[in-house]
Design a binder for this molecule. Structure first.
Ligand code: NAD
Length: 323
């Protein structure tokens, strides 16, 4: 009898996530969009019971289909679990989900943890962390890179800021959604790393776009050029992710211009606070505003190429010399 009881206990514990003395089984996620939905699905696949909240009916339906239990406010997510991820568009929406009228702050007990995976500013992350600390709630800023494909495959690169012990406890959650997770430093270090990441990714797309337009106007076969250069020094994840989509004229987001424009705006604000001139990033921000004014705000950031195409009156396509 005793043996059967012990084996049953061991089986149950095997289904739970043991985080150094703290048992974690339920996880909440607020924001079930392009990134949040596949992250939630991967948490379900990893054996977590996942509670989700989103304001969009479409997002809710998609998340339900992957096994997420939907509740009807951020506060209610905090009633069901002590581990909550936020994956939301910007700072004010993140702050509202945590501190607003129906926010997490009204339900999460002391000792629980909020993991913000959204891309916001280091100043905002540190401010959120300090306000949560007043209620003895832990906070990690843990933005991600890898886009929708990385979120679907569970191979996101996750850059984390926060306390080492809290990070260690949260590791089973990160393992379910990420390929590599790195604790970069204290609160705000994750969001700082993400801003640097966004500068590199978006300027990379801009440089690539300028070069593609040059090659297109000269009339060479862009697909062959891409094959010729991709294993040399100009090869990159950005090149492999974006050139095939541009050649297919596929600008379905992925990472929307709106989201990346928000990131570059945050980059400039952070840089100016630190007295760091960023001539390339500030030019790119103007390019984003031009694309926004011309109706491309909801397209993938691969649509940066359209700015350069417009300047040179040429279209980058599979057909050499096409206008
Ligand atoms: P998205 O717009 O697809 O998803 C955001 C979701 O939040 C939507 O479903 C929306 O309905 C929901 N939402 C908005 N307000 C809400 C509220 N008050 N309460 C609950 N839900 C609310 O955006 P996304 O592409 O998934 O990006 C989310 C975050 O991840 C952003 O901060 C973005 O910068 C970052 N990010 C995006 C990518 C990418 O490639 N898309 C990559 C890395 C990081």
């Amino acid at each position: 009898m005793l043996i059967v009881l012990s084996m049953t206990c061991l089986t149950i514990l095997g289904h739970l996530k043991n985080t150094g003395g703290f048992i974690m089984k339920q996880v909440g996620i607020i924001g079930l969009g392009i990134m949040g939905a596949p992250m939630a699905a991967n948490l379900v696949k990893a054996g977590f019971e996942v509670f989700g909240y989103d304001v969009s009916v479409h997002a809710i339906e998609k998340a339900k289909a992957s096994g997420v239990t939907i509740v009807d406010s951020a506060q209610k997510v905090g009633e069901r679990t002590q581990w909550v991820i936020t994956m939301l568009p910007n700072t004010s929406i993140v702050e509202d989900a945590i501190f607003g009228h129906d926010g997490l702050i009204h339900s999460l007990p002391a000792g629980s943890t909020v993991i913000d995976e959204s891309s916001i500013t280091p100043v905002a992350s540190r401010n959120i962390g300090a306000r949560l600390e007043e209620k003895q709630i832990n906070f990690l800023d843990a933005p991600v890179s890898g886009g929708e494909p990385g979120a679907i495959s569970g191979e996101l690169a996750i850059m984390v800021g926060g306390d080492e012990a809290v990070f260690a406890q949260a590791k089973p959650i990160f393992d379910a959604i990420g390929g590599t997770t790195t604790l970069v430093g204290g609160i705000g270090a994750g969001t700082t790393a993400k801003l640097a990441n966004q500068v590199m990714v978006n300027l990379n797309i801009a440089a690539m776009s300028e070069a593609l337009v040059l090659a297109a106007k000269s009339g060479i076969d862009i697909d062959k050029m891409y094959q010729a250069i991709r294993s040399g020094l100009a090869g990159s994840n950005v090149l492999d992710a974006k050139v095939p989509l541009i050649l297919d004229r596929n600008f379905e987001p992925g990472g929307k211009i709106s989201i990346n424009m928000k990131d570059l705006t945050n980059v400039m604000a952070t840089a100016h606070d630190l007295d760091v001139p960023m001539p390339l990033s500030s030019s790119l921000l103007e390019i984003f505003h031009t694309l926004s004014a011309n109706g491309h705000i909801n397209e993938d950031h691969g649509a940066i190429v359209k700015y350069f195409e417009n300047l040179a009156n040429v279209t980058v396509s599979r057909k050499p010399g096409a206008k």
